[in-house]
Design a protein around this ligand. Structure first.
Ligand code: ADP
Ligand code: MG
Ligand code: ZN
Length: 626
């Protein structure tokens, strides 16, 4: 074991460049060109009669021996009336500039033109530039190959997706820790890939597209590779930005090519990393040059996803840390309709991730993964891998035999200092406030009937929720809400703030978002749903007219008298105040539960549905204020 092994995944095998311009090839080419020129000259020489001096030609002309004359650009050819001694009837002479010829003819002198041998000049004038061009090309091709792409221009449109065969991927789910829920969701698809035929037995089909959503460094890419490793199938991966990299029109061709390759080697996994680079909502953002290109690529991707049958055994995985900017068309049924959350790990998850990475370094006896996990709230998997490496580096620099706990504390300080520049890290008091606030929401929700069940509570800093969040999934789609349900919803929203006031003794800014939502609901109850006896069943607000609605729609809005406006305001306030009082009453009755679970949440950072079950059972038993 080496102490400072960097925990990175095994590198992708570099693709082979398509054509090698070895020096040997270049010399061969040069030789061929020279030979060509030499042959040409030889041929020219053999087909032509030996030129005679121009003066001699003039002599023939003057004595009337010529029957006809053909004038070329370099040579003048004459046909003799009578054959010469050697039997030839043709004479050839090299042209001489006319004025010069006239002047020279005045003297009794023998003169002739010469055609210079242009072989060398030809070589220099265009063979050398051609060679230079070739050299530049081969240099570039090699550079591109070295950068991991298939050699440049020769393979434009060929997908740069790297094919990992089964033996390539040695990553398994064991290497990914702290994301148990995501692994559980993916396991089904692994079974499908292992045995696509039996899955279709009852006519069911797997989701085609799975989108891994989560902050950077939480192991999305790792998880995708692990999935291929587990299923033992080929893995085609490509990064969203690679699609739109080089030439216009290439992106769409790449998508087509990628799917073609995948279909040929099914069952397999296609993985599109950083989908947001490619799948940004169309028509959004500034109209830049690359815009159309992206749109074309995206359209091609959508078409390919629609065009193939899920039973072929190709699973398309994609990852993003910005799901909110994705084009909605990508998330529609039949495309990436299943989303898997890969969030930052909680305390136990961090300890698990650390155990994976600690295997790679030599450890002292005083290292406790749980203790390190406690020091690192908000760290993602990649941060933890980095932490282990930093600690190992520190120990190496110290000249120690093993990494000690002190190295870890020093490394944590370093990394946190780096993170603090751009990301907030919560202090102990803030964490407690957030924990109490979230349990407040959950406890009220569990007490009141008809509210959505609580699936998970988390106070992981920099997780998907801004500070902390209580995940309530609606159990059914509702079109109608009864008044009592809306009142309960209001109480749940105010439960956070009520808990803060009860336990901490003071309210904080953490409830700002809750208050906005609560005010909206109360406002609608009064002005749109006619649910307040003081105001009556008159609608005081229409839905905002939309962009192209008739202008008359706006004039329909009723003007409010001052008196009515006051009554509306009072009614809204009464609803919110009442909800706050109800929440406070509920929590006051269950103060022991509130304290106990706030403590638990603070320690664990996240509580699952199973963790919360005892609290839900007890909460329901207590009295419910009206
Ligand atoms: P993402 O794609 O979500 O940004 P990566 O999968 O690229 O994150 O993670 C980068 C590296 O961080 C991984 O190669 C691995 O070494 C480490 N890592 C991240 N998450 C985990 C995890 N959940 N378990 C173990 N290692 C992790
Ligand atoms: Mg990634
Ligand atoms: Zn809240």
């Amino acid at each position: 074991m080496t102490p400072n092994k960097t925990p990175v995944p095994p590198p992708a095998t570099p693709p082979k460049p398509p054509l090698e311009w070895k020096p040997a090839n270049l010399w061969l080419l040069l030789f061929a060109l020279v030979a060509l020129f030499w042959l040409r000259d030889l041929w020219v020489a053999s087909t032509q009669v030996q030129p005679i001096p121009y003066s001699e030609f003039l002599q023939h002309l003057k004595t009337g021996q010529l029957e006809s004359v053909t004038v070329g650009s370099q040579f003048i050819e004459g046909k003799l009336k009578t054959a010469q001694a050697d039997g030839r009837t043709r004479v050839v002479t090299t042209r001489v500039a006319p004025e010069l010829a006239r002047e020279l003819a005045g003297y009794d002198v023998r003169f002739e033109g010469v055609v210079e041998n242009t072989l060398l000049r030809d070589l220099l004038s265009w063979v050398v530039p051609a060679l230079l061009l070739l050299a530049v090309w081969s240099f570039m091709a090699r550079r591109m190959a070295a950068q991991g792409g298939l050699g440049g221009m020769l393979s434009v449109g060929k997908s740069r997706a790297r094919l990992h065969s089964e033996t390539d991927i040695k990553v398994s789910f064991d290497d990914v820790a702290g994301v148990d829920e995501a692994k559980a969701e993916l396991r089904e698809s692994v079974d499908f890939l292992k045995n696509p035929k039996s899955y279709g037995r009852l006519g069911a089909h797997m989701p085609k597209g799975i989108l891994l959503v989560g902050p950077p460094g939480t192991g999305k890419t790792l998880l995708a590779r692990a999935m291929a490793g587990e299923a033992g199938v080929p893995f085609f991966s490509i990064t969203g930005s690679e699609f739109v990299e080089m030439f216009v029109g290439v992106g769409a061709a790449r998508v087509r090519d990628l799917f073609e390759q995948a279909r040929a080697s099914a069952p397999c996994i296609i993985f599109i990393d950083e989908l947001d680079a490619l799948g940004r909502a169309r028509g959004a953002g500034p109209m830049t040059g690359g815009h159309d290109e992206k749109e074309q690529t995206l359209n091609q991707l959508l078409a390919e996803m629609d065009g193939f049958d899920a039973s072929t055994g190709v699973v398309i995985l994609a990852a993003t840390n910005r799901p909110e900017i994705l084009d909605p068309a990508l998330l529609r049924a039949g495309r990436f309709d299943r989303q898997v959350l890969v969030d930052r790990p909680d305390r136990k998850g961090r300890a698990d991730v650390l155990r994976v990475h600690l295997k790679k370094v030599t450890l002292g006896t005083d290292i406790d993964p749980d203790a390190v996990a406690a020091l690192t709230p908000g760290f993602a998997g990649a941060d933890l891998a980095n932490l282990v490496n930093e600690a190992a580096l520190l120990a190496t620099r110290r000249g120690a035999d093993a990494v000690a706990m002190a190295d870890f504390t020093a490394a944590v300080e370093r990394i946190v200092a780096g993170l603090e520049h751009h990301q907030r890290v919560l202090g102990e008091h803030e964490r407690r406030t957030v924990a109490v606030h979230e349990i407040g929401h959950a406890l009220v929700a569990m007490t009141l009937p008809g509210t959505d069940p609580v699936h998970k509570i988390s106070i992981i800093p920099r997780g998907v929720g801004a500070l902390g969040y209580t995940l309530q999934r609606p159990s059914e789609d509702r079109y109608l809400a009864r008044r009592s349900e809306l009142r309960n919803r209001l109480a749940v929203l105010l439960g956070g703030r009520a808990a803060e006031l009860l336990v901490i003794g003071e309210v904080s800014t953490g409830a700002a978002d809750d208050l906005v939502k609560a005010s909206d609901i109360a406002h609608d109850m009064v002005t749109r749903y006619g649910m307040s006896p003081e105001v009556g069943q008159v609608v005081y607000e229409r839905q905002q007219p939309r962009f192209l609605d008739l202008p008359d729609a706006m004039t329909l809005e009723r003007g409010l008298s001052d008196d009515t406006a006051q009554r509306i305001d009072a009614a809204i306030r009464a609803l919110v105040d009442e909800a706050f009082d109800r929440a406070t009453a509920i929590l006051g009755e269950r103060r022991a539960l509130l304290d106990e679970y706030a403590q638990k949440l603070l320690a664990q950072e996240s509580l699952s549905e199973a963790d919360l079950q005892p609290m839900a059972d007890l909460a329901r038993k207590g009295p419910v204020p009206d």
